[in-house]
Ligand binder design. Structure first.
Ligand code: SF4
Length: 272
């Protein structure tokens, strides 16, 4: 089994994170979504059918902020429901900025059940600062983290390990998660190719966590263990972009051109 099908939504982004990996891999994919919608739907359906027997979950993501293009998400979810209704585990990766209560209700209605909220720190002001969130969005990530579960979603914090974390011990970090954010799951991600803002302590923190006697829940298809710590499902992901050599694909990626790829960083990984 491959871990997940990543569906890339064509969208810009209102934020300007210094570690943005999508800007480093800014491959453009020509899409017929608007110009020949009927043909695009057929092509996408074919790829979803192929992926459906091979993946465990679907992740809606983007090279920007996916919720800026809700119409695309609606189209994809419509095809998914019609062609592969048994693929019920659908998540969305979002910066949270601009994610209104109305959008959350709509995502729920479409069938999304897990919200993976990206955070580069655990303090509101630092989050806004590091992501360079435009003031007009009036973004409050802590309030959003309370709203998401109240709407019936599972909340995962997808934590980009910036140098903000270098001021804190592992226990400080776990305490803040447990007392302020109360997520169901947390995924700590090592930042690749962003040395100026990346945490210098990621490896040490990950090693310290793994050396403790937290229960290992399962080995995920992406090759990392999920642990139970303080009632939270915790994953340390050393290579979320899959930058090294791999014997087998970790993801299938449906790009806006309607084709499937196995890697983010090269078109050569196209499946069909
Ligand atoms: S929110 Fe995501 S896509 Fe937008 S700038 Fe930050 S890392 Fe890049």
């Amino acid at each position: 089994m491959i871990g997940s099908l990543q569906i890339t939504v064509p969208a810009g982004c209102m934020n300007d994170c210094g570690f943005c990996v999508y800007r480093q891999h800014a491959t453009k994919f020509k899409t017929e979504w608007k110009s020949d919608h009927e043909r695009w739907c057929k092509e996408v359906e074919k790829r979803l059918r192929y992926a459906a027997d091979r993946v465990e979950a679907v992740m809606i993501t983007s090279h920007g902020e996916p919720t800026l293009n809700m119409t695309y998400i609606e189209d994809i979810m419509g095809i998914l429901k019609r062609a592969t209704p048994w693929l019920a585990h659908v998540e969305i990766q979002t910066s949270g900025v601009g994610l209104t209560e109305e959008n959350l209700d709509f995502l729920y209605e479409l069938g999304v059940r897990v919200i993976s909220l990206s955070l580069p720190a655990l303090e509101k002001d630092k989050i806004l600062d590091i992501m360079r969130v435009p003031a007009k969005y009036n973004y409050d990530p802590i309030k959003l983290s309370e709203l998401i579960p109240s709407k019936g979603f599972t909340l995962r914090l997808s934590i980009a390990m910036t140098n903000w974390f270098d001021e804190y011990t592992l226990d400080d970090i776990l305490n803040q998660l447990e007392s302020i954010w109360t997520p169901d799951q947390v995924s700590f991600k090592k930042l690749i190719g962003a040395d100026e803002v990346a945490s210098k302590n990621y490896d040490r923190l990950a090693q310290e966590f793994r050396s403790r006697d937290y229960t290992r829940l399962e080995l995920l298809p992406l090759g990392v263990w999920k642990y139970e710590a303080h009632g939270i499902g915790v994953v340390w992901n050393d290579d979320c972009m899959v930058s090294g050599e791999q014997e087998a694909p970790r993801y299938l990626i449906l790009q806006p051109d309607g084709k499937l790829y196995t890697r983010w960083d090269t078109r050569a990984s196209v499946v069909f």
